[in-house]
Write a protein that binds this ligand. Sequence first.
Ligand SMILES: [Zn+2]
Ligand SMILES: [Zn+2]
Length: 202
Amino acid sequence: MSSSSPLSPIPWFDDIQGVAYRYYDLRMNVAPLIADQKQSLYIWQETIHWWLDHTIKIRFVESDGDGTYWFIMGAQTQRPSSNLSFCKNLPISDNYERFKKGHDGEAYLRLGVYKKKALEEAKGGEICKCGHEASDHDENDGDACLYKVCDCKEFVTFQVTLSRRKKTVTDIEFISESDEEAVRGDPLVWNCMYTHKYSKES
Ligand SMILES: [Zn+2]
Ligand SMILES: [Zn+2]
């Protein structure tokens, strides 16, 4: 528990599948993606529900050169026994860049869940994991992709469902990993980077 320890007493949840960035409502939405609905509900009820909105921090640490960033999130809570901090190293995406430019210092935090969508539920223009559209998949042939060069045997796409519950986040910062002072100066960021990266490097 000593504050000089680089390790945080708050456990890390690093099993995020990704982060969705969506415009709707009045603000942009940041939605860490959780593997399934049950876990998402559990995390909300046990952890995020108890967070004090004005203490929620989201940090984006961009690694230089490798096209990735660290998503880092934590808060003070009314229920310390079940608190978690969240982090994940993710590829920089267009949606991320859009959020970075457009968030205006505020965002809604939600949780997102991936739902696998089969061919029967998909519309013609939706894209399969193989990169081809639903309409290019044959409903009569086990949903196989019709492109000759493609060996995809089954149409699969993913739909993101966002929780209706939300929290408002007003403490959002973008940091470059090469800015050592900024990385070390922010305990949440430093804990994450030390635990998940630097302590493993040497
Ligand atoms: Zn396919
Ligand atoms: Zn295909």
